[in-house]
Design a binder for this molecule. Structure first.
Ligand SMILES: CC(C)(COP(=O)(O)OP(=O)(O)OC[C@H]1O[C@@H](n2cnc3c(N)ncnc32)[C@H](O)[C@@H]1OP(=O)(O)O)[C@@H](O)C(=O)NCCC(=O)NCCS
Length: 276
């Protein structure tokens, strides 16, 4: 028993935290134990601009924030590796704030509290499975007339976009995202966006729907969301479920999701760390 503890302590000291090259805009670090075993990883990625778009409710995070992901293999936990990864991230992050999303009561939450992260909100994650969707009913929702409003769609890549209006002005092309929008007199008034991952990932992530103040109460959110669900399947037939996140203080959006057949997947908490 004592021998194992000594070996454990020695190997912890031999662990290196190394930066690993990745996609542009995404930073990653690994905690590498000899002879090359990856005991933990940390990553930073930009927060997708749609979550900050003016159409959406006030975001829980501020611009200049970046999303932190941190994972330590279970057998290597409580040995300071997560803390060392966080220190490496903090030393190299160009942004001023780290945002982490953790399950309530989890090790991740205890870790955030220990490191001085501030709790900024909570989220619901909802899931819609295509096999539960009644397609004729969905088509009826999409076909409902909304006088004065026009439905439009766009497909392409989200990576370099800053605003939804900008996407709609671009020609559609193959890409990782599908956008359904309602326009009135040529102006964008409501939208929902879904982003897909690699072909092996069957779950898409949805943002919105968001409806511009002044156009609410006309079921435009339901309209664009139903249209998105329909369109996404046509463009990316490998996707069989959609995950959507909502801040818990948005009961209207949660009710819309229930109506469309989304069900609760999990709850998470948001934490934020201001870097020195
Ligand atoms: C969260 C996680 C990365 C922590 O990694 P770790 O290497 O175990 O973290 P550390 O050893 O550096 O822990 C630092 C401190 O955090 C707190 N902490 C970490 N895990 C904890 C747990 N399970 N219960 C209570 N406190 C905990 C403790 O204060 C700990 O200090 P101590 O061990 O001296 O008491 C790891 O548990 C993990 O991968 N969890 C799953 C993914 C996750 O939740 N990621 C969080 C995203 S930020």
């Amino acid at each position: 028993m004592a021998g194992r503890a000594i070996v454990g302590a020695m190997s912890e000291r031999l662990i290196d935290i190394v930066a690993v090259p990745d996609h542009p805009g995404i930073s990653r670090w690994q905690a590498v134990a000899p002879p090359g075993f990856v005991a933990g990883v940390a990553g930073l990625r930009p927060i997708i601009p749609f979550e900050h778009d003016l159409l959406l409710p006030a975001p829980a995070t501020q611009p200049g924030a970046v999303e932190l992901s941190l994972y330590v293999e279970p057998q290597w936990r409580r040995r300071g590796i997560g803390s060392r990864l966080l220190a490496a991230v903090g030393a190299h992050a160009a942004q001023q704030r780290l945002v982490a999303e953790v399950a309530a009561g989890s090790a991740g939450e205890a870790f955030c509290v220990r490191h001085g992260f501030r709790r900024t909100g909570s989220r619901c994650h909802d899931l819609l499975t295509y096999c539960d969707v009644h397609h004729a009913w969905l088509a009826e929702l999409v076909d409902v007339e909304h006088p004065g409003y026009r439905l439009s769609h766009w497909t392409g890549d989200l990576s370099d976009a800053t605003r939804v209006e900008e996407l709609l002005r671009r020609p559609s092309r193959p890409g990782n995202a599908v956008l359904s929008a309602a326009e009135a007199d040529g102006d964008l008034v409501a939208y929902a966006v879904a982003a897909v991952g690699a072909m092996s990932q069957r779950r898409a992530r949805q943002y919105g729907p968001a409806v511009l103040a002044g156009h609410r109460g006309r079921r435009l959110g339901l309209w664009v969301n139903a249209a998105l669900i329909q369109r996404l399947r046509e463009v990316h037939p490998h996707v069989n479920e959609i995950e959507a996140r909502t801040t818990e203080d948005d009961p209207g959006l949660l009710a819309l999701r229930r109506h469309l057949g989304f069900h609760r997947l999990r709850r998470t908490r948001l934490y934020e760390l201001a870097l020195p």
